[in-house]
Design a binder for this molecule. Structure first.
Ligand code: FAD
Length: 389
């Protein structure tokens, strides 16, 4: 490890690795510091990802894929099923393998990666961000950098250290819990989304197949609805009824901010990327693709800023502009839609289900589902048309 790099990236998730890869490819010297022992573990994710979205960013490798998904089923509170089986729908990946490969690609591009490296503060010199302090195997280190990039996930502290308000209001934070189940009967090519206040109030429950007889089964509950019954209670109730013979292989819990990107994601010598910047799809809670899209923009802009010897917030603002065009505008559109659909009553959801249940799955599109759901909100139909082209 050198004493000084152009860029230090805090966090080795998809945001950190993709930022590092793109920065290194554009000529910057990059160090990635990851606190965990192994890149990709622990997995706190449903591991669902859009096939067309991922293919736009990277050549997809077979070893990442646990299941190829051909369609989705939305199950209304009264049990009505709406099916959409468009081709090229998505993947359920093995995040452990996927994240490790993204990090390996960053390394191939020239980035250095250090695990068990817990960053605990920024170095500030003459009022400017000048690097980070971290501990590794019980020893304290300081490493200098012209730009520090916080890709440290939902519990990000890098932003806070730089004086950015990264707090998430309670009602904008979904509480998620998930179990990986074995010994269950599922269609391994179809993802399911269960809706309704008795299943996952203000959110949804997902069944994401990981193989012929196993799946990630989880749910997110909107902060608006947090009451006596906890997310884990909703999930165990569902599993007891739907998959009574299941064995639980893993259980994870975590928060997902279902809000817009933070107002401030750059400062002089500092950038935030991925969950740390709240670059998440507020409608689905999915963040892998957004993390990579943002990482691509951030890595390139950071490397160009280094070349131009100008790491001011003004210069780094180009990242914000690029992110807004590549993902940020859709993030805002999805936020507007979420703010309405999360408050649909069970009756409303049943009504939508009844209207769509007889459409053949090959003819049904996600856009059509939203067009029906948002019939009383024409401006949001426009938003949906932009997202689900
Ligand atoms: P992370 O993947 O969280 O990576 C951040 C990294 O920073 C971590 O490795 C962490 O160890 C490291 N770090 C943190 N602090 C420090 C520090 N001080 N020093 C060094 N390293 C540090 N998204 C989808 O697209 N599809 C899904 O199906 C999906 N399901 C989800 C289910 C659940 C239950 C949850 C909680 C989230 C889900 N998400 C899903 C969201 C997705 O997991 C995140 O959006 C995605 O991981 C964001 O990537 P990231 O790199 O920004 O953050």
């Amino acid at each position: 490890m050198k004493e000084k790099y152009d860029i230090v990236v805090v966090g080795g998730g998809p945001a950190g690795s993709w930022t590092a890869k793109n920065a290194a490819e554009n000529g910057a010297s990059v160090l990635v510091l990851e606190k965990d022992r192994e890149i990709g573990l622990p997995v706190r994710c449903g591991e669902g990802i859009s096939e067309p979205g991922l293919k736009k960013l990277v050549d997809v490798k077979e070893q990442w894929i646990a299941a190829k998904i051909k369609g989705a089923e939305l199950i209304a509170p009264n049990g009505t099923v709406v099916r959409t089986y468009a081709s090229g729908f998505g993947y359920i990946v093995h995040r452990k393998v996927f994240d490790a490969d993204l990090a390996a690609m960053a390394a191939e591009a020239g980035a250095e990666i250090k695990t068990r490296a817990y960053v605990h503060d920024l170095i500030i010199e003459n009022g400017k961000i000048a690097g980070v302090e971290f501990s590794h195997l019980g020893q304290a280190y300081r490493v200098k950098a012209k730009i520090v990039i916080g890709a440290d996930g939902i519990e990000s502290r890098v932003g806070r250290w730089a004086g950015i308000d990264t707090s998430v209001p309670m009602n904008e934070m979904d509480t998620c819990v998930q179990m990986t189940l074995a010994n269950i009967n599922i269609n391994p090519e179809v993802v399911q989304f269960y809706l309704g206040k008795d299943i996952a109030p203000g959110g949804y429950l997902w069944v994401f197949p990981k193989g012929p007889r196993s799946a990630n089964v989880g749910l997110g509950i909107s902060g608006d609805y947090s009451g006596d019954k906890k997310a884990i209670d909703y999930l165990t109730d569902f599993i007891d009824k739907r998959f009574p013979a299941a064995s639980v292989l893993t259980m994870v819990a975590g928060g997902v901010p279902t809000m817009k990107t933070l107002d401030t994601i750059v400062r002089d010598g500092l950038m935030l990327v991925g969950d740390a910047a709240h670059q998440i799809n507020p409608l689905s809670g999915g963040g892998i693709l957004y993390a990579m899209i943002a990482g691509k923009c951030a890595g390139r802009v950071a490397a160009e800023a280094i070349k131009a010897n100008d790491v001011s917030a003004r210069r780094l603002q180009e990242y914000v502009k690029e992110w807004m065009n590549e993902g940020g505008k859709n993030n805002e559109r999805a936020y507007r839609i979420k703010s309405v659909v999360n408050h649909f009553s069970d009756e409303e959801l049943n009504r939508i289900g009844d209207m769509l249940k007889d459409v053949p799955p090959e003819k049904m599109t996600i856009l059509q589902i939203f067009k029906t759901a948002l019939v009383k909100h024409p401006k949001l139909i426009l938003d949906a048309s932009r997202i689900f082209k």
